[in-house]
Design a protein. Structure first.
Length: 376
């Protein structure tokens, strides 16, 4: 039975999907896809199934087409083998009692020609993300970081083709057994490169005015609703104040209130706000969060340096419905139980976040395993 005194453990209806608690495992790149082909595998299935106690899991970013890839060893959802690999993952999660959305990802300019068979990355504008590194595969099995390559600007007909690729990716996700999809429109990736004024220098229907800069976001969101067959099973990740990866907006509150209203009019199931979480990052004012709540009728998820008490406060104040815990889920497969009981958390190993095998992915102990080790 849920603890009616603890808002983190109250159930929640996300459209037709019933969540047992308000704890979300947000998307986190781990770079363990099998090569060649960037195929999800049994190790990834074990990793996600271990964390099925979350109310909702959102998969690591999974690229929708060859030009959408930006980092080594990340999984796609573009080929039949990738879809079959993801089917293993969703089957394992559902067998463990969990629920999972696929995060659909096109990195845009945040890529390197070595990942794209020598082609230039694409973006809203031929503007390089200066000082932004992406990782490529090195012969020693570790990622090597290199400056993102200079992109070329997309033609309008190419933008329409990418919208079609998102629609097909949503169909692929549902065929792979996902419970829904999340669009990665945050953190400087392709959709964000259209939204933010500092990254979009276009003068056609996809640039210039705020309405035009939001056009790609709206058209992709609509395509995902068509691809899933249920707009309530579509979420959108946004990052209003995050200048990560070279994107910035001159008036983020106005821009993202308008984006939230647009998404509400389309009827997507949730907005997932990625708050800036580095040292000295700008705080997102509560007033901004309340305004988002006013214009968007769906669920609101927030993620970014939340601990249990900060999460409970957000839920009690009413501007959040669900809370994402990123880094804590890396090292704590039983994080919901630890949050419920106030148990200490395992620290994560930074050196094993990207690439490698089971070390730093599936070998973190649960509370029960730690107790067994102590007794032994």
């Amino acid at each position: 039975m849920p603890d009616i005194q603890d808002p983190l453990f109250q159930p929640y209806s996300l459209g037709s999907l019933e969540l047992p608690n308000r704890i979300v495992m947000p998307p986190m790149t781990r770079s363990r896809a099998s090569q060649p082909g960037d195929v999800p595998n049994d190790l990834m299935a074990e990793y996600y199934a271990q964390r099925a106690g979350a109310g909702l899991i959102i998969s690591e970013g999974t690229w929708i087409s060859p030009l959408g890839k930006g980092y080594a060893w990340t999984p796609g959802i573009h080929t039949p083998m990738q879809v079959a690999g993801w089917r293993k993952v969703t089957k394992a999660i559902h067998a463990a009692g969990g629920r999972i959305f696929a995060q659909l990802w096109h990195v845009g300019r945040l890529s390197h020609i070595s990942l794209l068979d020598g082609q230039a990355p694409v973006s809203s504008t031929a503007l390089q993300a200066g000082g932004v590194n992406v990782f490529i595969a090195e012969s020693d099995g570790k990622p090597g970081f290199v400056q993102a390559s200079k992109p070329r600007a997309l033609k309008v007909e190419e933008i329409h083709a990418i919208i079609d690729e998102f629609r097909q990716a949503a169909r692929n996700a549902m065929a792979a057994g996902f419970d829904g999809v999340e669009l990665h429109a945050a953190n400087g990736y392709l959709v964000n490169q259209f939204i933010d004024s500092g990254a979009n220098g276009r003068s056609d229907e996809y640039g210039g005015s705020l309405e035009n800069r939001l056009r790609f976001l709206g058209e992709v969101a609509q395509a995902l609703a068509e691809g899933t067959g249920d707009k309530g099973r579509v979420g959108i990740r946004l990052a209003p104040l995050t200048t990560l990866n070279g994107c910035f907006d001159d008036d983020p509150e106005t821009t993202y209130i308008a984006a939230a209203k647009l998404l509400g009019d389309i009827g997507v199931g949730y907005i997932h706000i990625a708050e800036a979480d580095w040292d000295d990052a700008p705080d997102m004012p509560v007033g901004f969060k309340q305004r988002l709540r006013e214009v968007f009728p769906g669920a609101m998820i927030y993620a970014g340096h939340y601990n249990a008490e900060r999460a409970r406060t957000a839920l009690r104040e009413g501007w959040a419905d669900l809370i994402g815990f990123g880094r804590p889920f890396v090292a704590n497969p039983d994080l919901p139980e630890r949050l419920r009981t106030g148990a200490s958390l395992n620290p994560h190993d930074r050196d094993s976040l990207f690439g490698g095998g089971e070390r730093g992915l599936t070998d973190y102990p649960t509370l029960a395993q730690s107790a067994e080790n102590l007794e032994a």
